[in-house]
Write a protein that binds this ligand. Structure first.
Ligand code: HEM
Length: 290
């Protein structure tokens, strides 16, 4: 790799670095609009960080041991965006295209080669290494019951089947053993901290008072993201509230704590079909600590 040529191109663009990076993002989002939602509304902070990284890449010599750990860590910070080497390749193509545009007539095949090499040898392989989840998901048998470890009464176990990152939060969809789906809205930080990638098993914690009970054919559509239906197997009446237990189709149980008078109003009794409705933001996920 010709490190000297890289430094030289970057120096030629002195005074225009910020403009180059801004133009890069404009072109990148124009060509791949699907990435735009991942970025915060203002790119100002991002621009500074990107400039530092590019200046760093333009300066390092062939002592790759300096760049390896830095690029792996950068990849780790990108793992929440669920990128792959192909995404980084698209980044490379647009970035090198913009450099060529700014260098104008002075750009030549050697410069092109040198910048492609930087991405292919110093950035993409190491960032890709960091993108991989560091710990594989535990096998199902490792999940111990949480009933003796937390106060929560609704213990479900699900497998992550989809993670959809949005701007600040992400939606994680988990499938229960009976096929029902649970939608959970978490911060991107929590998704990455808990290592919630497809295939990972997680405990699903839902507070019983957060559930609204309704008959399956009650004629209403709800804004809440979750609706789990099952058969009433138990109704425990207290003075002001009642605890209703539903058995879901995979054999999981879901408890709801509702006002006492709702039992009579809805004529809830064992054997009847009922649905528990709850918001995606009321779902807490937990994974076993290593
Ligand atoms: C398709 C490829 C990529 C996508 C979609 C992407 C996306 C993002 C997003 C969404 C952020 C957070 C921005 C914010 O806080 O609003 C970010 C941060 C950052 N990205 Fe990328 N990125 C990609 C490739 C790269 C590459 C190849 C590099 C390096 C050459 C890079 C360097 C950085 C840096 C330095 C930051 C600042 C935050 C940090 O240091 O962790 N990104 N990226």
């Amino acid at each position: 790799m010709n490190s000297e040529l890289i430094g030289r191109t970057w120096d030629k663009l002195a005074g225009k670095h910020e403009e180059v990076v801004r133009t890069f993002y404009d072109r990148f989002f124009e060509r791949y609009p699907d990435y735009k939602h991942l970025f915060a509304e203002s790119l100002d902070r991002q621009l500074g960080k990107m400039l530092e990284t590019m200046a760093f890449l333009a300066r390092v010599s062939d002592e790759t041991e300096i760049t390896h750990p830095k690029m792996v860590r950068l990849g780790e910070r990108h793992s929440q965006f669920r990128l792959s080497a192909e995404d980084l390749e698209k980044f490379k193509i647009v970035f090198v295209e913009i450099l060529a545009q700014y260098c104008g007539n002075e750009w030549n095949a050697d410069y092109q080669q040198a910048w492609n090499d930087v991405f292919e040898q110093r950035v993409i392989p190491y960032m890709t290494e960091g993108l991989k989840p560091s710990t594989p998901p535990p096998p199902p048998t490792q999940l111990k019951s949480i009933l003796t470890r937390t106060s929560i009464r609704n213990e479900l176990v699900g497998t992550v089947t989809s993670v959809k990152p949005r701007m600040y939060q992400g939606e994680v969809i988990l499938t229960l053993k009976g096929g029902d789906e649970i939608h959970a809205v978490l911060t991107l930080n929590s998704i990455s901290r808990l290592g919630l990638t497809e295939g990972r098993q997680a405990h699903i914690l839902i507070r019983a008072p957060h559930l609204i009970l309704a008959k399956p054919n009650c004629g209403l559509r709800f804004s809440a993201g979750n609706r789990l239906c099952g058969k009433v197997v138990h109704v425990l009446q207290a003075r002001l509230t009642a605890e209703v237990t539903l058995e879901l189709k995979g054999g999981d149980f879901l408890k709801a704590i509702v006002p006492q008078e709702a039992i009579a109003d809805l004529s809830i009794q064992p054997g009847e079909e009922l649905c528990g409705i709850f918001k995606s933001s009321n779902v807490v996920l937990a994974v076993e600590s290593e």
